[in-house]
Structures are given as structure tokens and as C-alpha cells.
Design a protein around this ligand. Structure first.
Ligand code: IPD
Ligand code: CA
Ligand code: CA
Length: 265
């Protein structure tokens, strides 16, 4: 049984780690940074790695036996029921270009269930957080999804995978469908922020293919704790290990699923 004291201790460690990594990222904005290509457009910088080191060393110091799944370093597997899922810099391409939309994302699983999610935007100093069954917060204020009822009045968000093969044409078809049937579609470049913005009502819905657990684990908990709905593109249960995320305010979920079904057979 997980005690409240331990839960809060883990939550606070996640917050301090996200804020420390965020501060490090901001100290490196506009500096000459080393960029390495992981794929066609998929890049990693020494700032991604430095931020990840900061987070992992804080986690290891407080919880040396916990498992860690982080984007830039090999996974640490132990017999602990706790697993930290870390994206040290979500929105690296934006960061490199000085486009101010990137965030640190940290989630914690307990027995394969995400129980804590923290997303920190160091540009706006916005801390999105949630503990399972205890609501979602932006800084100290509780947040809720929007109450927009129709897709035609909705502002949506999406993202595109770095690689052009695979679902590329399908992605374009889905984009066309959503663009035609909504008030607008934004492509921010940080899936963690897309989810948090859906959680606090800035977006009414978000979909994306081919994300990784570290992109979505924290943000997905924040959406559901804000009263939103998550599924895959067929309306089946969402998994952070799956390759499809549909996050909505709940009210436009059926319409978005209908539009996805038009092109995603
Ligand atoms: C990326 C961002 C982007 C999404 C990409 C992700 P990264 O994460 O979340 O919005 O479209 O698929 O890989 O590489 O900047 O951590
Ligand atoms: Ca990411
Ligand atoms: Ca990243």
C-alpha cells in the first residue's frame, strides 16, 4: 500500500527535478549548443542530455531503487514497482530555433499505472501537475478541460512524426479532415504541452501518431485528472505504450473519432 507521505515525497521530487531541469534549459537558450541527428529531423542536444542528467541524479539520490525510463539514456530496470518516465526536453526542435514552446515532462508509474505527472514550461514558468484521483493543477490553480461541445467550434492540436515514411500520408489525410471540420488546428511542437493545453482548455482536442511513453505519460494523466478523455484512434483504451493518442474535453470525442474513422480504416 502506497502511503500519502511517500506519494507526496515522490511528487515533490518530480516537481523540483522538473524545475531544476527547466532552469538549466533556460540558462542555455541562445547559447551555442551541440546538435546531433538521431534521424532525418530528430535531434538531440547537449542540453537535452544535461537536463536528463539533472533529473536522473535527483531521482537516484532520493529513490535509488526506482526504475527509470528516460529518452536519452538506457533504461534502468529494477524490481521496484515505481518507474520514472522522463522527457528532459520535449520540443527540442523549438528549443534549437528559439521558438518558445518546450517543456520538461516527468511521470511516475506505480505497478504500471501512472500516478504522478508533472510538465514544466520554463518559458512561461507554468507548472502543470496531477496526482491520480486528486485533480490537475496549473501552478496552484485547479484546471478543467473546456466545455466546447462541437468540433466546428473547437481549437485542436496535433504533431507529426520526424520520419516521413510509415503513417505520413494517413497523417496528412487526418489533418485535412480535422482542419476542414474544426475552428483551427495548431502544431505546437511539444506533445507534453499539447496535452496540458487540452487539460486546461486552451485546446479542445489533440491527436498524434507514433509518440513515445515519455512524450505522453505525464500529460495524459493531467488531461484525465482535468476531466478529459483519452483513447486510441478507434476509441479503445489509451496506453502510454501505444502509438496513438486522442485527448479531448470528452464532449467532442465522438466527433473526433468519427472524423478519424473517415480516413483511418
Ligand atoms: C517531440 C515533440 C513533438 C512531437 C514529436 C516528439 P522531442 O518530442 O513532442 O511535438 O510531434 O513526435 O518526438 O523530440 O522534442 O522530445
Ligand atoms: Ca518528446
Ligand atoms: Ca525530448
Amino acid at each position: 500500500m502506497l502511503s500519502d507521505i511517500l506519494l507526496i515525497n515522490i511528487f515533490q521530487t518530480a516537481i523540483v527535478a522538473a524545475q531544476s531541469a527547466g532552469q538549466f534549459i533556460m540558462e542555455n537558450v541562445d547559447k551555442a549548443i551541440e546538435i546531433n541527428f538521431k534521424g532525418r529531423a530528430n535531434v538531440v542536444t547537449d542540453v537535452d542530455r544535461g537536463a536528463e542528467e539533472i533529473i536522473i541524479s535527483m531521482v537516484r539520490e532520493s529513490f535509488p531503487d526506482h526504475q527509470i525510463l528516460a529518452e536519452e539514456t538506457p533504461a534502468i530496470n529494477t524490481s521496484s514497482p515505481f518507474k520514472w518516465i522522463i522527457d528532459p526536453l520535449d520540443g527540442t526542435t523549438n528549443f534549437i530555433h528559439g521558438f518558445p514552446a518546450f517543456a520538461v515532462s516527468i511521470a511516475v508509474e506505480y505497478n504500471s499505472d501512472v500516478i504522478i505527472g508533472v510538465v514544466y514550461d520554463p518559458v512561461r514558468k507554468e507548472l502543470f501537475s496531477a496526482i491520480k484521483n486528486r485533480g490537475a493543477f496549473l501552478n496552484r490553480n485547479q484546471i478543467k478541460v473546456s466545455n466546447i461541445k462541437t468540433l466546428s467550434e473547437s481549437l485542436l492540436a496535433t504533431g507529426f512524426p520526424y520520419e516521413l515514411q510509415g503513417n505520413f500520408n494517413l497523417n496528412m489525410d487526418i489533418f485535412r479532415e480535422m482542419y476542414q471540420n474544426s475552428q483551427g488546428v495548431r502544431r505546437v511542437g511539444s506533445a507534453a504541452l499539447d496535452l496540458c493545453y487540452t487539460a486546461c482548455g486552451r485546446f479542445d482536442g489533440f491527436w498524434e501518431f507514433d509518440l513515445n511513453p515519455w512524450d505522453v505519460a505525464a500529460g495524459a494523466l493531467i488531461v484525465s485528472e482535468a476531466g478529459g478523455k483519452l483513447s486510441d484512434f478507434s476509441g479503445k483504451d489509451f496506453s502510454i505504450y501505444g502509438k496513438q493518442v486522442l485527448a479531448t474535453n470528452g464532449l467532442i470525442e465522438l466527433e473526433m473519432l468519427f472524423n478519424l474513422a473517415q480516413v483511418h480504416k
